[in-house]
Design a protein around this ligand. Sequence first.
Ligand code: CS2
Ligand code: MG
Length: 412
Amino acid sequence: MRIERAEVIVTSPDRNFVTLKLTTDDGLTGLGDATLNGREQAVVAYLAEHVVPLLLGRDAHRIEDTWQFLYRSAYWRRGPVTMAAIASVDMALWDLKGKAAGLPVYQLLGGASRTGLLAYGHASGRDEQELFDSVRSHQEQGYRAIRIQAAVPGLKSIYGIASNATYDGNTGVRYDHEPAQRGGLPNEEDWDTRSYLRHIPTVFEAVRNEFGPELPLLHDGHHRMTPIQAAQLGKSLEPYGLFWLEDCTPAENQEALRLVRQHTTTPLAIGEIFNTVWDYQQIVREQLVDYVRSAVTHTGGITHLKKVLDYASQYQIKSGMHGPTDISPVGMAAAMHLGLAIHNFGIQEYMRHGEKTDAVFQQSYTWQNGLLHPGDQPGLGVELDTDEAGKYPYVRAYLPYNRLADGTVHDW
Ligand code: CS2
Ligand code: MG
């Protein structure tokens, strides 16, 4: 099964997506997601200029060898661009192998370890009422676990507050939060950690009073606190029994989490901006996190993320794969196949894509009673309609950034 064609397809239905499409000499096609929000064209160039020439004529069955070849022969290793490019090749090869075998990818990964995947959605609000409506709307959509993000008094705009915070079954309008803004320069947002630290515990107190103690609640600190501030927040949220506090502090310095761990038992999730097992080495070995947040798309594909999760499983650390709308339906499907097969599955993030995106990417995965399932189509179970994709040309888009009151640039 030799690779005869390799295409890098860029489309922008509801947002930009980069997809690698491989076609073999016996006419099978495989898809891989290579979307890196706000830096899409860097991965397009890496694939088109440097990887595609290396794939033509290769035996598509040799997934591990191809992974090692792309990782080691590049000489320059790791990083978001390289690992998204390798991830897309890896996903496309698993898709091809599944189609050649007539099996869904999860069967090739060892079969199903559960009947479905618990998923969480994003609820958010500019005020308490909007937040409560957003939580209820997600419960009506079947979500059994919900991430809570709230506006902070005194701050103009912060991460995670949707332009539309509810689903409308009549109009089909979905929860819409797309931080990357098209056609311009990055938006500058304001941030103040002390106001946030004062406000967020009051939000969780209100949500618990309104929705009770059982509902699993998650929160994303989005890399904005110092280790001691993260420890403070984790401690002040303990009474509300969070499922997890995510990205509580930037983790380039993995030791930073030791201080957080020393002060709070709130479960910690980290890793959506990590790209390789080496980013996790210390925090897993020292039991400094409880959930691995990496996405298949940004961590070298199914082959490499499975190694990260197998390593984490020795420490009883579970998966919590990244799944916002900037992970394409191909990347979401890959996450679901891996999530269904591994033992240490924790939870899957699931933001619903828009109608245009659903028309470009035909998906066989399902969402029922709060559980995701990748479906039983051979391969990954997602097909790309190139004509439909061709309707939506790429538009450059940037994620926002933060400045503190004194003008200092801060993590967004
Ligand atoms: C976020 C993402 O979903 C999450 O947990 O951290 O929405 C993140 O902001 C985007 O993926 C950035 O592209
Ligand atoms: Mg996050």
